[in-house]
Design a protein around this ligand. Structure first.
Ligand code: GLU
Length: 278
């Protein structure tokens, strides 16, 4: 009698343990392979033309299209993708913690970041630039040290301002570029500085049409990579293969035309995998 009780209790415990394991396994599955599971991908939510969460809950932009194509090559249908917002300053941690399987979020490959995460790609080459009001006096020759600039915490753009572009400028840092754009519109800052690809996307928005202009400075080379957890070579190799295919089958160009066409952004040609422009 006593033995039977213990056995029954053990059986319950065993069932619970198995259930818990199965759940855990399912979660892990959802982050690692195709089939019925989901895949979590980090993108930006506030960058029109690149990574945008629309008011109706849809996602759009070049990074979203690249992410969707790559996920497809990894065996995930669009409805198996769960997009997660990864702001500039959060990207390395999101990968290290395993919050997302990979990140496609205007994420420049840099040696400092490569110490913490691995990058597939590059899949786009952009350049740091300035966005100013249409009537701004700021032009190519302007010393930016006297200006109020805005950029984003954890971005190469903010770092470049401090290190080389204008160390004495008043630099306002926010967590996303949309906040900088609001500051530019209100006059709180004189210029927003980040990748030309991102700035062109904002300038082309209906609500900003005719208000802003890009100065046209190529202040840096920003090689966009797809971030993966450090050491996850399997995913890295699969993503690189997917990116190569995206270019060779014409999908890359289609995504460029669809997302950068409306912003009139003249992008650089598709980079070769592993070719990082210094
Ligand atoms: N591409 C640059 C970076 O990775 C600027 C854009 C961004 O903040 O995502 O920092």
């Amino acid at each position: 009698m006593k033995l039977r009780k213990v056995t029954a209790a053990s059986a319950v415990a065993l069932t619970l343990a198995l259930t818990a394991t199965a759940c855990g396994g399912g979660d892990k599955d959802s982050n690692s392979s195709g089939g019925g599971g989901k895949i979590k991908i980090g993108i930006k939510y506030d960058q029109p033309g690149l990574g945008l969460k629309e008011p109706n809950g849809d996602y759009s932009g070049f990074d979203v299209d690249v992410a969707t194509y790559v996920a497809g090559q990894l065996g995930y249908k669009p409805d198996q993708i769960e997009f997660v917002e990864t702001k500039s300053a959060d990207r390395e941690n999101a990968l290290s913690r395993g919050d997302v399987k990979f990140i496609v979020a205007t994420y420049s490959i840099t040696p400092k970041r490569q110490a913490k995460v691995d990058f597939a790609g590059p899949y786009l080459l952009a350049h740091q630039d300035l966005l100013v009001k249409k009537d701004s006096k700021i032009s190519k020759g302007t010393d930016l040290n006297g200006e109020k600039l805005c950029s984003v915490t954890g971005s190469t753009s903010a770092q470049n301002v401090k290190d080389k572009i204008a160390p004495d400028a008043q630099l306002k840092k926010y967590s996303g570029y949309s906040e900088c754009i609001a500051g530019l519109q209100s006059g709180a800052v004189d210029a927003v500085t980040t990748d030309d690809s991102i700035l062109a996307g904002f300038a082309a928005q209906d609500k900003y049409k005719g208000q802003f202009k890009l100065v046209g400075l190529k202040l840096s080379n920003e090689n966009y990579g797809i971030g993966v957890k450090k050491g996850d070579k399997e995913t890295l190799d699969k993503i690189n293969k997917a990116l190569e295919k995206m270019v060779s089958d014409g999908s890359w160009q289609k995504a460029v035309d669809k997302n950068f066409g409306p912003a009139d952004y003249k992008n650089e040609p598709a980079p070769k995998i592993g070719n990082i422009v210094q």
